[in-house]
Every structure is written in C-alpha cells, then in structure tokens.
Design a protein around this ligand. Structure first.
Ligand code: ZN
Length: 152
C-alpha cells in the first residue's frame, strides 16, 4: 500500500469477528459498503421473510476493507448479517497481500437466476462501494479498480 495521504486516514486498533473468534489488529479502515435497507419487503410483524422474498432489511451484507499494519496486509471482512430468528451472522475474513487479491475476494459468481456465461464474475453492490471508497485512500486499489472498470 502506498500514498496514504488522506488527512482523515487514522490508524487505530480494530477488533473484528471471525469464524475463529475475535481478531485484533492495528491499521486503518479503507472502505465500507452495506446492502442493508432501512425498511422491510413484508409486514413488520413478520419476523422471517416469506419464501422467495429477498428482504435486505432482514439479511444483508457488510463489507469492510482494512489495511492492517500489524500484518502488513489488507484485510477484507465480509459479514452476512441476519436478524431472522434462529439465524446467525456469517463471516468471511481474507488476508490479502496485494490489491489484486482484494478485488478477487470481492468477486462472486452471479446468482443462478441470472443468465450469465460460465465463469462470469460480478462485484456486488456493497463490495463495489467498499472498493470505491478504498480506492480513494489507496493508490494500488485505485489502479485495480480502474482496470476492473475498464474491462467490465
Ligand atoms: Zn425483512
């Protein structure tokens, strides 16, 4: 990582939830994105979305990109949050050496109902938002984002 010249970039201590328990590191938050909506796609007294309803007031993704100076690596932290009774948050934590690996960790195969050619990868909205924010603070991520945008 280079060119951390953003005046608001501050190094501090973070503790994140992972599947293996808490992980604490010193670093800086580069970008954040969420798919959460404030409202629900169903009546408020329904605590579980009806079958086939993808309600992002009930289940959503929070994606955060950090630079960890403790690890000298980027950390991509993706949390699948759920407030549906009986469901738990799901965590993915990726330690990435290069900005390229940060992008790779944010790409997903499109859902099956999307008629995409095999091998197609897409950058879902919360991940794209986190990456765009990170690109404003990190020159290497900015370069990777630019070439992704040029190719897609
Ligand atoms: Zn809902």
């Amino acid at each position: 990582m280079n060119n951390v010249n953003e005046p608001t970039t501050t190094f501090k201590r973070f503790t994140i939830d992972t599947n293996e328990g808490d992980y604490t590191f010193d670093g800086t938050q580069l970008g954040f994105g969420t798919s959460r909506r404030g409202s629900h796609l169903h009546p408020p007294y329904v605590t579980t979305p009806p079958p086939g309803v993808r309600c992002s007031g009930c289940r959503w993704t929070e994606t955060t990109i950090y630079w960890s100076s403790s690890d000298s690596k980027y950390i991509v932290h993706i949390v699948g949050r759920s407030i549906v009774p009986g469901e738990q948050n799901r965590y993915r934590t990726i330690w990435a050496d290069e900005a390229d690996d940060v992008l790779d960790s944010l790409l997903i195969s499109p859902p099956r109902h999307v008629n995409a050619p095999p091998g197609t990868l897409e950058l879902p909205q919360p991940n794209a938002h986190a990456l765009e924010e990170a690109a404003e603070r990190d020159a290497e991520i900015a370069e990777v984002l630019k070439s992704w945008n040029d190719d897609n």
